[in-house]
Design a protein around this ligand. Structure first.
Ligand code: NOJ
Length: 715
């Protein structure tokens, strides 16, 4: 329900001013700095734009907001939006990396810090978090989400929304969250960005919708439909899902903002003949704001004349936009706590959090013969490879207002941590091209070194939007370079940076240690040094299954059983040239301790609906170093009216164990969490047996198992 201020405004607005509130224009391009395009300020003055994207920083924000509140007829403030995906000025790890921390508190804290910085720079709304479950690492945007699992993505999304929005958008240091890309964008055919998606309603309801449901429950202010179509209906025009599911079933009360140019693209999708039809389809489906396509401005007046939309439908969207402006406090304080010096003064306070987040996002995938942590003796280290001293790449894709000069590279971090060591550096090879100096200097350094640290992988623009790949290998000449380094036979630690799992089994077979470092952000180098030196024990776990080969994709732990499970037999569900198992299971990740699991206890054995099952397990660190363990709680319903996945994640917990320490961890599993969509697609808890499986990853061989029997009846 809108208030008197909004109704008073609406009653004074011309049609063009109403449509203007539904238009979002780009104010410039963030990479070149906050530039106000002349066109945007003219449109703002004339009331033809109600929001802008890609403008931030005190000077630019004050100037453009003044145009709106001093020079436009109705003096309505603008919403300024920006992609604050994993940090604003301080860059935190890319979302796929941060997901590896399996810690909603951390996820919320980094969003809160990002919101504080963004708000101080005049940003009122972020186009984040991205909640696209993705099981296809070819898709470049897999880096922007929390991986393959709906449960993790739901917790991640809710934590991010809480972090961005705080208790209320009226508080200082908050920004409105826009969850995206609604829905199923991560299931793009063949992993190609913007491609068509198609799936059953069951998969949609079980896997792709729940993260959005969780974000709505957490209070997200806005939703962005995906560029893609679902079974032939582009999401930007998908009334049944936007209006039906989102606003109807899920009870979303906020604003729907199209993706960039997506309304006009309805013509290219083949569902509209011109901008008037495109605008009408989007508006009637539930899209309130047209980002940058011009379709609302040019097409809605025509659509109104042709009877394709009603004034009431336009006004309903205008109300929602004005309500968001009111919630943001913009009518009372259009500058919304814009700092005199913007975000810069806040950065120092966020460095330690960035370091902690980076440390906890890296995943140790191999550590042969405990080559890590580094020996405490001074030694000669060759730090080589194209990503050893790469401040821009460390920031990853969508690095907001981050600046490379604020990144600590691995070279900086390691030299600071180990001044006693002789650390030589050479690139050897570029990420995707030869290095001018050639590999010889790097190979010579490696040959003479006590230890080689090889920093290789993808450049930051090889994942993210429009960065799908058909191969999951090392780009350029890096594989040859890495092989030449490994052929030297020196103890070698690989730091593997990427926005997706890279299917390079040979590297894992040959290297002494491999640390997946994704893109760890501003504090990457210090964090990596903390882990290499043993100042901290690695604790990240894979939020996505790591394939052996691109041919196994999509590969994920929640697959359904086959009637012919893979075995040595011929007619079974397998490949004739590779195992069906991944290189590393979801949840996999080493720590410097050595943790064993025992004594799984599950109570009560015969729970009823309304009960909570208690799941407890003993952990023992019999290693020589502290351990940071993440314990996963899966279930499986072996027999149901609809075949259930081989594993479903229902919980996780983390604990630290000193060398020789034992501890028991206890997790609560409400029986209601066992519900799944039945044959009628309505969620219900089916009575019967459920396996409860607990362990360090989704590798079944590592899981302890008990069975509970859920009784008929109960609350
Ligand atoms: C296109 C991307 O798909 C979306 O995620 C982003 O928020 C917008 N551009 C705005 O930059």
């Amino acid at each position: 329900m809108s208030g008197p201020r909004i109704e008073a405004l609406l009653s004074q607005m011309t049609l063009s001013e109403k449509i203007g509130q539904l238009v979002m224009l780009a104010a410039g391009f963030s990479v070149t700095g906050p530039i106000i395009g002349g066109d945007a300020s003219g449109a703002v003055r004339e009331g033809r734009a109600g929001s802008l994207l890609n403008v931030f920083g005190p000077g630019a924000v004050r100037d453009i907001q003044r145009v709106a509140i001093e020079q436009s007829r109705l003096k309505i403030p603008l919403i300024l939006g920006f992609d604050v995906v994993h940090g604003h000025r301080t860059v935190f790890p890319v979302p796929l990396g941060e997901a590896a921390a399996f810690d909603p508190t951390l996820w919320e804290q980094t969003a809160r810090a990002s919101a504080r910085e963004a708000a101080a720079d005049g940003v009122a709304l972020t186009f984040a978090p991205m909640l696209d479950v993705s099981r296809d690492p070819r898709w470049g945007r897999v880096v922007e989400g929390a991986g393959e699992d709906a449960f993790v993505q739901s917790l991640f999304g809710a934590a991010k929304v809480r972090g961005f929005e705080g208790e209320s958008l009226g508080e200082s240091g908050t920004v409105a969250a826009t969850v995206k890309h609604f829905v199923a964008y991560g299931a793009a055919s063949a992993g190609r960005d913007y491609a068509s998606t198609d799936m059953s309603e069951r998969t949609l309801r079980e896997t792709y919708l729940p993260p959005f449901q969780a974000a709505i429950a957490a209070g997200c202010a806005a939703v962005m439909p995906a560029f893609s179509d679902l079974s032939g209906v582009p999401m930007t025009a998908n009334g049944p899902l936007l209006d039906g599911w989102l606003r109807g079933e899920a009870g979303f009360r906020g604003v729907v903002i199209s993706d960039y140019n997506a309304v006009a693209e309805l013509v290219a999708h083949g569902v509209a003949t011109d901008l008037a039809e495109a605008a009408a389809l989007a508006l009637r489906a539930g899209v309130d704001i047209d980002m940058m396509s011009g379709a609302y401005e040019q097409g809605l007046p025509l659509a109104l004349q042709r009877g394709l939309v009603t004034l009431g439908e336009i006004e309903a969207s205008v109300r929602r936009v004005l309500e968001l402006k009111e919630r943001l406090g913009l009518f009372d304080d259009p500058m919304r706590g814009l700092g005199a010096d913007g975000a810069a003064p806040l950065m120092a306070a966020h460095r330690e959090l960035a370091r902690e987040a980076a440390r906890r996002s890296a995943v140790l995938l191999r550590n042969r013969g405990d080559i890590l942590p580094l020996s405490e003796r001074p030694q000669r280290i060759a730090l080589i490879g194209p990503l050893a001293d790469a401040p821009t790449d460390m920031m990853g894709s969508w690095s907001g207002a981050g600046e490379a000069r604020d990144s600590v590279t691995v070279l900086d971090g390691l030299r600071a941590a180990r001044p006693d060591c002789d650390i030589g550096h050479a690139r050897g090879v570029g990420v995707d091209e030869a290095d001018e100096s050639g590999p010889d200097a790097a190979l010579a350094l490696a040959r003479e070194a006590d230890l080689v640290i090889l920093a290789i992988g993808e450049a930051r623009d090889m994942s993210g939007e429009a960065a799908s790949r058909t191969g999951l290998d090392l780009p350029g000449d890096q594989a040859n370079f890495a092989r030449a380094v490994l052929d030297l036979g020196r103890p070698t630690v690989v730091l593997l940076s990427s926005g997706r799992p890279l299917a390079v089994p040979w590297l894992f077979e040959r290297a002494g240690a491999v640390l997946a470092t994704w893109f760890l952000g501003s504090e990457a180098g210090h964090a990596v040094a903390d882990l290499l030196t043993g100042r901290a024990s690695p604790s990240g776990r894979l939020p996505i299954t790591w394939p052996r080969s691109v041919g196994q994709v999509p590969i994920f732990f929640g697959e359904r059983p086959s009637g012919r499970p893979a075995s040595d037999g011929h007619y079974t569900s397998k490949y004739i040239d590779l195992p069906t198992t991944p290189l590393f299971a979801f949840g996999y990740g080493l720590t410097y301790g050595r943790v064993s699991y025992s004594a799984l206890g599950v109570e009560p054995p015969r729970p009823r609906r309304g009960d909570t099952i208690t799941v407890a397990v003993d952990l023992f660190n019999d290693g020589e170093h502290p351990a940071e363990e993440t314990v996963f709680l899966f279930i499986r319903k072996p027999v149901a009216r609809v075949a259930r996945p081989l594993l479903e994640l229902k919980g996780f917990s983390r604990l630290s164990l000193a060398p020789g320490e034992r501890a028991r961890t206890v997790m609560a599993l409400p029986v209601s969490a066992l519900a799944f969509p039945g044959p009628d697609l309505r969620p219900a808890v089916e009575p019967g047996d459920y396996e409860i499986l607990v362990g360090p990853s989704a590798d079944r061989a590592q899981l302890l198992r008990q069975v509970v029997h859920v009784e008929e009846g109960g609350a």
